[in-house]
Design a protein. Structure first.
Lengths: 424, 365
């Protein structure tokens, strides 16, 4: 019987009782799969709620522009019908009036929020909406055009109406444009912002520059330390390891304050240099509250992220490689360059990626020691989150940072191979 | 083999790592040109340290090493021109096999064409011509081993050092590689200094074996001499299987002695090798295959009653454990042939041996 079945479906292996082998295998593995799932569940939930959802929310916020639409649905309908060359028709005024009064009844706060949003595209909208909302109650009925112009004469100016064109869609790339010093004009063409309002391009450039300098500086400092860690006898290397990890165990703020004491104009370094007669007291170096401060302190703080991966790779390279290279006739320097260093590439790559990724989004150090020209894009994200409440712009900046990191990771994978990366 | 001028000379070498204990105590050893010399000993006996000093990776604490009559204590490792096969091969993982082989040629600034030619020749020698473009990690252990050997030879060194090169291979492969290395040595007329703790490896390959223990060369001699005529109890025990009987010398006849075995049950007539006169302690050493079971009375001077405790069938011979003179771990190898009587466990027979085969050595612990 089983035999004939096996013949009937060639290629399908059967167990002794005639069920296909694959089905039996599935059944026998079900319990262990279920158990594995249960074990994975908590971290999975943790990831979903604390990582995937917030990031997804951030991505959505960066392109979400539905607020104005929610407040002014009929206005936008009329706006579409308007030919833009003539003066705005009465129907547009009427639509605006009904939208605002309706929203005021439903949710007063929404009007204010919409005003803030509209202000991004044309400064002045916030006050205009505020004034209008207060005085619309007194408007007694159509025609609304004259009544509104009486409330505020800006309603008679065509450009305010035209500026609605920049906010009519529910999805927008406007925040991303803002994040790189561009914006939509009222016809949704991409234009640069005024020269004197450009800030972000410089910040992006500075963020990349600082991350790059910090990464290189960390690499230069970490490589010899890692080498010592990996090659010194145990008791010395343990001591050195504690020295490396000590900053890790110290509060970030304490470390930054310590650097402030070291580097400020009246600080230890400047005092020493002046005391030694190397500097005149009026020529004290400015090492804090500027670009230099950010670079110096970030390098020190991120150094362990470079040392640990390089060290862990160096630890696995047996000393016999260096010996073999020398035995084959290479000078110690040549042996180091041609045999030892290439083998440390996975650690160097991991360290550089790690430091660069952390540096590119760094916030607290530039905030405290960066001064005016040491601010990075991370500070801008925080600024827009906390001060201007322009979460869309903050989200767009965060998304660009995320994309930059992913691109970097992809490039690293292409060049070195992620499989080669050793974090420790 | 004996050449007038030794290629390598260790003169009064001492080595200490910590300043408290000597790892190598007063080593004097000559290695002749074309010789295959093995340093054999248990771990911690100082053999690898000697090799490292010769290669230049460890400085000698005292004494001088000569290579071609030149003192090389102050010569850096990369200037010594000595080939070396490392314990775990130390093939560079980021280079292909061919690049590994070309490395010593590249640092010697040879032309590209000459590099290629030599690399191909070396690969052909170890029968790996098709593997030049692979990475070491893509090769089996045996293949990696061959690449390591080829790399140590590709720049034509006079002297090649090998530091337990076969330790990581399984038994069959190890035996095969032993012969291959031996043949390479013979064909190229190399001088090889080989370190191992595997005595059968040493016996198979070497012209001479220096047996190390406790930082001292216990004996340095060709394999057959080491086996047949060990100088002391350590060598007798370390090389091959050995029966040990402890006792006191009761009669000294110049080149032979009579020894009373400790439990008072017999007096053995033995060859005097390394023992003081009457009254001194001694270890008698006797190879299991030199014992005759059920000898003709009077045919050999030493005949004792023995009690067969255990028989192990090993095909070509039967390994038998006897109780003799109070020692219950006395091993005898009985050839599996019709001429020999079949023993059974528990049987009591006479066993006997010649004076020359029983060597009276120093009293080991």
């Amino acid at each position: 019987m089983a035999n004939s079945e096996a013949v009937a479906t060639p290629g399908v292996l059967l167990t002794a009782d005639g069920t296909p082998l694959k089905v039996s295998l599935q059944k026998s593995l079900r319990r262990s799969k279920l158990r594995a799932m249960l074990l994975v569940l908590p971290p999975l939930l943790f990831l979903v709620f604390l990582f995937v959802l917030p990031i997804g929310n951030m991505l959505l916020r960066s392109i979400d522009d539905s607020l104005v639409n929610q407040v002014l649905p009929t206005t936008f309908k009329e706006f579409k019908a308007w030919d833009k060359t003539t003066d705005p028709p009465e129907s547009l005024y009427a639509a605006f009036y009904t939208d605002i009064t309706r929203t005021l009844e439903e949710d007063k706060l929404l009007v204010g929020k919409a005003g803030v949003r509209m202000n991004y595209d044309k400064p002045g909208w916030r006050s205009l909406i505020k004034i209008s909302a207060r005085k619309f109650k007194k408007v007694e009925g159509p025609p609304y055009k004259e009544a509104m112009i009486e409330i505020d004469k800006r309603w008679g100016e065509k450009e305010w109406w035209l500026s609605l064109g920049a906010m009519k869609d529910e999805r927008t790339l406007g925040y991303f444009l803002n994040a790189v010093d561009k914006k939509y004009d009222f016809d949704k063409n991409i234009i640069s912002v005024d020269e004197n309002r450009k800030v972000y391009n410089l910040l992006w450039y500075r963020t990349l520059l600082v991350s790059f300098i910090v990464t290189i500086a960390c690499l230069v400092l970490a490589y010899p330390v890692s080498y010592l860690l990996a090659t010194l006898p145990m008791r010395f290397s343990n001591l050195l390891m504690i020295c490396v990890l000590m900053p890790f165990w110290t509060s970030l703020l304490v470390r930054i304050v310590a650097w402030m004491i070291m580097l400020q104009q009246q600080g230890v370094v400047n005092d020493t240099l002046v005391g030694l007669g190397i500097l005149d007291t009026e020529n004290r170096l400015a090492m804090m509250y500027n670009f230099n401060g950010t670079v110096i302190v970030m390098t020190q703080i991120l150094l362990p992220f470079m040392i640990l991966p390089i060290y862990s790779v160096m630890k696995t390279i047996p000393p016999s490689f260096m010996r073999a290279a020398q035995n084959l006739g290479a000078t110690p320097t040549l042996a180091f360059l041609r045999v030892y260093m290439p083998q440390t590439i996975p650690g160097v790559g991991a360290g550089c990626i790690l430091v660069f990724i952390v540096a590119i989004g760094y916030y607290i150090t530039p905030e405290l020691v960066g001064g005016k020209d040491g601010r990075l894009i991370g500070n801008m994200v925080a600024y827009h989150m906390q001060r201007t409440l322009n979460w869309g712009l903050a989200a767009a900046m965060g998304t660009i940072l995320l994309a930059a990191i992913l691109i970097l990771y992809w490039a690293y994978d292409k060049i070195v191979g992620v499989d080669n990366m050793k974090m420790g | 083999m004996p050449n007038e001028k030794p290629l390598v000379r260790f003169v009064d070498i001492q080595k200490s790592y910590d300043g408290d204990t000597l790892v190598v105590k007063n080593l004097n050893l000559d290695v002749a040109k074309g010789e295959f010399l093995t340093m054999l000993g248990p771990s911690g006996s100082g053999k690898t340290t000697c090799l490292m000093m010769l290669a230049g990776f460890e400085p000698a604490t005292h004494g001088e090493i000569y290579l071609n009559d030149q003192g090389i204590n102050k010569v850096a490792p990369h200037k010594r021109g000595i080939g070396m096969v490392f314990q775990n091969y130390a093939l560079f993982p980021h280079m292909t096999v061919a690049e590994n082989l070309a490395f010593p040629l590249w640092v010697r600034k040879m032309s590209k064409s000459e590099q290629d030619e030599r690399v191909n020749k070396a690969l052909a020698m170890v029968e790996l011509s098709a593997f030049g473009n692979r990475r070491p990690a893509q090769l089996s252990g045996g293949q990696q081993q061959r690449v390591a050997v080829a790399r140590s030879l590709v720049f034509d060194p006079d002297l090649v050092l090998m530091d337990e090169p076969l330790g990581a291979l399984d038994k069959n492969l190890r035996e095969q590689m032993q012969y291959e290395i031996k043949h390479i040595h013979e064909n190229l007329g190399l001088t090889v200094v080989y370190v191992t703790h595997d005595q059968s490896e040493a016996l198979t390959m070497s012209n001479r074996i220096a047996v190390f223990d406790d930082g001292i060369i216990q004996q340095c001699a060709p394999p057959e001499v080491l086996y047949e005529e060990p100088d002391n109890a350590f060598v007798a025990n370390f090389i091959g299987e050995n029966n040990r009987l402890l006792g006191d010398v009761v009669e000294d006849a110049g080149d032979s002695v009579k020894v009373k075995i400790d439990d008072d049950s017999g007096v053995v007539h033995a060859n005097k090798i390394n023992v003081e006169g009457v009254g001194s302690r001694t270890t008698l050493s006797l190879r299991p295959e030199r014992v005759t079971v059920d000898p003709e009375p009077g045919s050999v001077p030493n005949i004792f009653a023995a009690h067969a405790k255990e028989l192990i069938y090993l095909g070509d011979h039967i390994r038998t454990r006897f109780t003799v003179c109070g020692h219950d771990d006395f091993i005898v190898k009985i050839p599996n042939s019709a001429a020999h009587a079949q023993l059974e466990e528990g049987a009591t027979v006479n066993i006997g041996w010649n004076v020359e085969d029983c060597r009276a050595l120093d009293p080991s612990d």
